[in-house]
Ligand binder design. Structure first.
Ligand SMILES: *Cc1c(COP(=O)(O)O)cnc(C)c1O
Length: 371
């Protein structure tokens, strides 16, 4: 493997939030796909679908243009109609909520628990007669309390759709996320755990009918070449991207192990500071899509690190229930979410960061706190 990006940047090189993998094996796979002269939903896509299903432990995988598209197709396939209420954590990427709205549903915003994920107790308190489903989001790579979500769903007769965009490869009691509900959406956005060189996503499900319906929706509602059973859209996937992803899927568990090792390095280096560190909840295999710390001095810490060439992020500073786009739903006040979004800070993390880079970030954070 010959990395095109130096793996050992000099002392003054900026440290990016995320560094996508690029090497000769990936480039060769893409070049071979170019030579195949098949560019959309060809053999690379079909093989990747089979490999994704096997890796996750589902019957079906349907590649699509993004996780947003995948969520939308799932909600359409589940028959979401205007007035249907869907429980969703406010503390998520806006696309989770957007897909609910785009499918015609009403988002019911739920507060966060101690792990920044959907609080099942708050969700239960918000169920009405119009509720049809719940969307747990495995935020930052940490699985939601899945048994609690399944209990909630069983108690109120709701379906479960997992948003796994940040948690590809994560597991609960050894079982992969994406297998706990009717269907799940995954993202291949370039900073996600299984990164493409552009947009991409997938729907995974054990439900034959739902899988077939999503397959149809992503390709203009086609039943066959010339027959359109319903109005779908063009949400297809590229052979070039699939070829690259097949290489990376074989490395996914190792890349997630690397993220976990870097998270452990951070935890050791940052121990003892007045800084809340991410913790892995019991039963969970956390895959650290993002390494998010928490302090009331967040803005000052971000500026301090930025001045030293260390990139940080905010995921997410404006909670989805406070977005102008959803004001018409009269969202409730969510005290825990509203407080945490003012204190969270994302530190550099990806499978391609070096130990030395993490040590540089640790040293800078310690210096900020005068330690
Ligand atoms: C990235 C992300 C999405 C959207 O994924 P795209 O592939 O960019 O559409 C949805 N939900 C969460 C939690 C995400 O992090």
């Amino acid at each position: 493997m010959t990395p095109s990006v130096p793996l050992t940047p000099g002392p003054l090189s900026p440290i990016p939030l995320s560094r996508p993998p690029i090497d000769d094996e990936i480039k060769q796979a893409v070049l071979a796909a170019i030579d195949s002269r098949q560019y959309i939903l060809g053999p690379q896509c079909r093989n990747l679908e089979a490999e994704l299903a096997t890796h996750t432990g589902t019957e079906h995988a349907v590649l699509t243009s993004s996780a947003t598209a995948g969520l939308w197709m799932i909600f359409k396939a589940l028959g979401v109609k205007p007035g249907d209420e869907i429980l969703v954590p406010s503390h998520t990427a806006f696309p989770t909520v957007e897909a609910i709205c785009f499918a015609g549903g009403t988002p019911v915003f739920v507060d966060a628990d101690d792990w920044y994920t959907l609080d099942p107790k708050d969700a239960a308190a918000k169920v009405t007669a119009r509720a049809v489903g719940v969307v747990p989001v495995h935020l930052y790579g940490q699985p939601v309390d899945l048994p609690a979500v399944q209990d909630l769903a069983a108690r109120f007769g709701l379906w479960v759709v997992e948003d796994c965009a940040q948690a590809q490869g994560a597991a609960w009691d050894g079982r992969r996320v994406g297998t706990f509900g009717r269907a799940a959406a995954f993202s291949f956005y370039p900073s996600k755990n299984l990164p493409a060189m552009g947009d991409g996503g997938a729907v995974l499900t054990n439900d034959d009918e739902l899988g077939a319906r999503c397959r149809r929706l992503r390709d203009h509602g086609r039943l066959s070449k010339d027959v359109h059973a319903e109005v779908g859209f063009n949400l297809r996937f590229s052979e070039l991207q699939a070829a690259a992803l097949r290489v990376l899927l074989r490395r996914l568990d190792a890349m997630n192990d690397r993220r976990r090792a870097l998270a452990a390095r951070y935890a050791e280096g940052l121990a003892g500071l007045p800084l809340a560190l991410p913790a892995e909840r019991e039963h969970a295999r956390h895959v650290y899509h993002l390494y998010v710390v928490r302090t009331p001095r967040r803005d000052a810490l971000a500026a301090f690190l930025g001045a030293r060439g260390i990139q940080t992020g905010l995921h997410y500073p404006v909670p989805t229930h406070r977005q102008p786009a959803v004001a018409r739903f009269n969202p409730p006040v969510l005290p825990r979410t509203e407080r945490l979004v003012q204190e969270i800070l994302t530190l550099p993390m990806s499978a391609n960061h070096t130990d030395g880079e993490i040590d540089t970030v640790v040293a800078a954070v310690r210096k900020f706190f005068g330690a």
